[in-house]
Design a protein around this ligand. Sequence first.
Ligand code: 5AD
Ligand code: SF4
Length: 485
Amino acid sequence: MNIRVNNTRQQFAETLDRAPAGEPERQYYFLDRLREVVEKKKAEEGFSATFHIETYGCQMNAKDSEKLCGILLKAGFTEVESEHADFVLYNTCTVRENANQKVYGHLGYVHSLKKKHPSMLVGLCGCMMQEPEVVAKIRKDYRFVDLVFGTHNIFKLAELLYDRLMSGHMEVDVWEGTTEIVEDLPAERKYPFKSGVNIMFGCNNFCSYCIVPYVRGRERSREPEEILKEIRRLAADGVVEVMLLGQNVNSYGKTLSTPISFAELLRRVEEIEGIERIRFMTSHPKDLSDELIQVMRQSKKICRHLHLPVQSGSTDILQKMNRRYTKEQYLELAFKIKEAIPDISLTTDIIVGFPGETEEDFEDTLDVVRQVRYDSAFTFIYSKRTGTPAAAMENQVPEAVVKERFDRLLKEVQQISSEVCGRDVHTVQQVLVEEKNSHMDGYVTGRMSNNTLVHFPGGEELIGTLADVYLEESKGFYYMGRREV
Ligand code: 5AD
Ligand code: SF4
């Protein structure tokens, strides 16, 4: 017995010694090693190498999960829909407290599954894991967890999982930060016809309520050639719509050795044949340039949708939030965009109950909502995040007051958006067909350039194509239509 353990240890040490130092070669090496171990384990009873990834939070996390999924498929795992799997991985979010609580709830459940199937592996990654208190809690109270890593080293999944399987102990590898961007690793797309593309990572804005800069690190842009290469490859593979992803896309390229603007990047993406639609997320109002507005205006491919988080309508609160614009500057920008691109759909994020928010401040938020008339708005109750400047601010707003304001805001937002969203009724619009309608047989669902959903009669063969659809009826947030052929 002892000899076998020593042998395994020695083999493990030799495997590590032989691993290439550079990336992505190192990860491809560990993918091969992991596949061998997984094959061996499959011969054991009770391990069929299935995996499930639970993803929380934003588009960045969704994109990260596609990368994690790509690695696991290459390593010989197969994906399943539920947590009844041999490897369950939680890709966590920590932007608000309720996102954290959900993960702990799931951990309780998965622990009960693991008790019945001890060979099961449980992993945690993503933003929550970048918080030292969280990792300390996992080590202490959730000892059944096998693997913990953060946002900076998701590309290392094959190596980490291999280490865990060989060592038999909880593997924890969380990096405080990184300057590294590892290119050319596998990724599995959720949709064959559309894809997110990271153009930058991290955030340097330090909005005072926000934990993102602490858990996703400093802003790093990918080289434009790497981005274009990836998009050309996607186009060759049948992708017609790309969503360029970054916490603050408007500051893309500023820190590269040869700086380039986001607008210029868009111009180059537009030239790629096969790509019909370009979306991007998220824009910070303080960095949105006139050049970008011009590029959007002239473009045939950039979608008529701009997500422009306002967060609050009060100049005083905006200053405390460290947003670096005033109510008036935001309104001026929103009107300028609407004037230049009249068919644009504007959406936003709003936080209610930031420390010190008075009734007057809140009225300013309502005023912005009424003036801009957003197509839709994501409304959030302020959530105190440990370590952010706002968490230490005085005058936290009482819960009942926040709740009351939140309800008033939601009503206003919904009323306006039901009026605004129907403006294209009785016109023909191009729709990218995304899926079979789950409620109505013989119908498909697609998205207009401005992101509004349209349901219309059609078959599965339309999925992934652009169809001209006559919008017969507006239902408030979506349309019913018929195909124009
Ligand atoms: N509390 C509430 N909402 C928050 N957001 C970010 N941090 C917090 C917080 N501490 C919201 C912002 C951001 C969106 C992604 O999440 O509105 O734009
Ligand atoms: Fe957070 Fe502000 Fe950065 Fe957005 S721009 S991720 S809200 S710090």
